[in-house]
Write a protein that binds this ligand. Structure first.
Ligand code: ATP
Ligand code: MG
Length: 417
């Protein structure tokens, strides 16, 4: 047990971490292009925040949270998602008083007590974006566009953007009544989870994964047919804006999102390449959330994207993430006097910005060259007693195999090339 990571968690080993660096750097770069700025919030929050912000009736709050009392007897929860903490921070720092809109992004670990399987972990990682302060559907189209462009830039070809509207508290009420009326005669056939949802959150039954429930809701009343004028107009505007951004989408009336605070726009990016957990990104508009959490009524829209699922889909699409070179220079040495000189040279080159390695295992020169190859050094230089005495050093280009003889005074310059 001591030597096994907890169930549902994964190490990222040094030989894999470049893939994470790649998507994280690309994500930070696309956020810069879109004008989203990074926000960093704590890994844990007061439990109440998620009960309010995610919603008491959701799976997350009901059965997936890592909640504990700290030594000061406060109820603390490891962040299961990124939106509520950003909203909390937005209110705490009175960001609503600044000129709007405000656009944030984050790159975070999240924690949910779920049944681990492919693409579903207990500690997983998300990218997220949120825009606050505007009800203009251009903002919804823009957050979708950044997800769309990012997914494209990651070489993911097989993904479908599905959009829907979940309406607003007014029109949702009518749909809710119609849906319950439709489902009532089928209540006994629903899965136990959906029987529970029937009163608390019946709309969630529409996106239940159980095939029996899927069949039962096939002809159920859909929210898109119940939108009030304002919500229908917004949904049309969303589609116009998406067209202007050059984004392809399909309308899927069953996209519901699991979270209570969503209004109007709801969307998912879905792939068929990674099995059952094919939603790589999901989000929508949450005009009621800021107020729910104690701030002044402020509209918002955003999404969360699973980094593990993005990496899995990139792999499935055959995208080759470039592996960075291991070292610029490898310094091979022979003898104690040469070793001191080699260390001095290594220290100097590192201070000048090069990645430099040397053997610390007492290997002979032949094996030092093997190490130079293994770490992928671009150049190797040999320092031995003869070289020091004659002030001539062999610099080998490890790709072409070419050797150049260089005197000490030019050595740094040559290696820096
Ligand atoms: P799912 O339907 O897959 O359970 P969700 O609706 O719970 O997703 P969100 O809360 O919207 O997901 O989170 C945003 C994204 O985070 C998801 O689209 C997915 O890519 C990723 N994600 C969610 N839960 C997990 C998990 N347990 N392990 C890995 N990735 C996850
Ligand atoms: Mg989930």
């Amino acid at each position: 047990m001591l030597t096994n990571a907890p169930k549902g968690t994964k190490d990222v080993m040094p030989d894999q971490v470049y893939k994470w660096h790649y998507i994280e750097e690309k994500f930070a770069d696309i956020c810069r292009r879109y004008g989203f700025r990074e926000i960093r919030t704590p890994v844990f929050e007061h439990t109440e925040l998620f009960k309010r912000g995610v919603g008491d009736t959701t799976d997350i709050v009901q059965k997936e949270m890592y909640t504990f009392n700290d030594l000061g007897n406060r109820s603390i929860t490891l962040r299961p998602e990124g939106t509520s903490p950003v909203v909390r921070s937005f209110v705490e720092h009175k960001e609503y008083a600044a000129p709007q809109p405000l656009k944030y992004y984050y790159s975070i670990p999240c924690f949910r007590y779920e049944k681990p399987q492919s693409g579903r972990l207990r500690e997983f990682h998300q990218f997220g974006v949120e825009t606050f302060g505007t009800t203009d559907m251009m903002a919804d189209a823009e957050v979708i566009a950044i997800g769309y462009d990012f997914i494209n830039e990651m070489g993911i070809t097989d993904v479908e953007l599905q959009i829907n509207s979940v309406g607003c508290p007014e029109c949702r009420g009518k749909h809710r009544d119609a849906l319950k009326k439709f489902l009532e005669p089928k209540f006994d056939e629903l899965c136990p989870t959906c029987q529970g949802r029937f009163n608390t959150n019946p709309m969630r039954i529409l996106d239940c994964k159980s095939p029996i429930d899927q069949e039962l809701v096939k002809d159920a009343p859909m929210m898109v047919d119940y939108l009030c004028d304002d919500c229908r107009e917004a949904f049309e505007q969303l589609q116009k804006n998406l067209d202007s951004f050059g984004i392809k989408y399909t309308v899927n009336p069953k996209i519901v999102r699991g979270l209570d605070y969503y209004t109007k726009t709801a969307f998912e990016f879905v792939t068929t390449k990674i099995g059952a957990q094919g939603t790589v990104c999901g989000g929508g508009r949450y005009d009621g959330l800021v107020e729910e959490i104690g701030g002044p009524s402020t509209p918002g829209v955003g999404w969360g994207m699973g980094k593990e699922r993005i990496l899995m889909t990139m792999e499935a699409c055959g995208f080759n993430i470039p592996e960075p070179a291991g070292a610029d220079v490898f310094i091979a040495f022979m003898g104690e006097a040469a070793k001191a000189e080699a260390i001095r040279l290594m220290a100097e080159l590192r201070r000048r910005g090069l990645a430099v390695q040397m053997d610390v295992m007492g290997r002979n020169i032949k094996n030092q060259f093997k190490v130079a190859n293994r770490v992928g050094a671009a150049k190797t230089v040999v320092i031995g007693e003869n070289e020091l005495a004659e002030n001539k050093f062999q610099v080998k280009d490890m790709v072409s195999g070419m050797q150049t003889e260089v005197p000490m005074e030019n050595l740094i310059e040559e290696l820096m090339k």
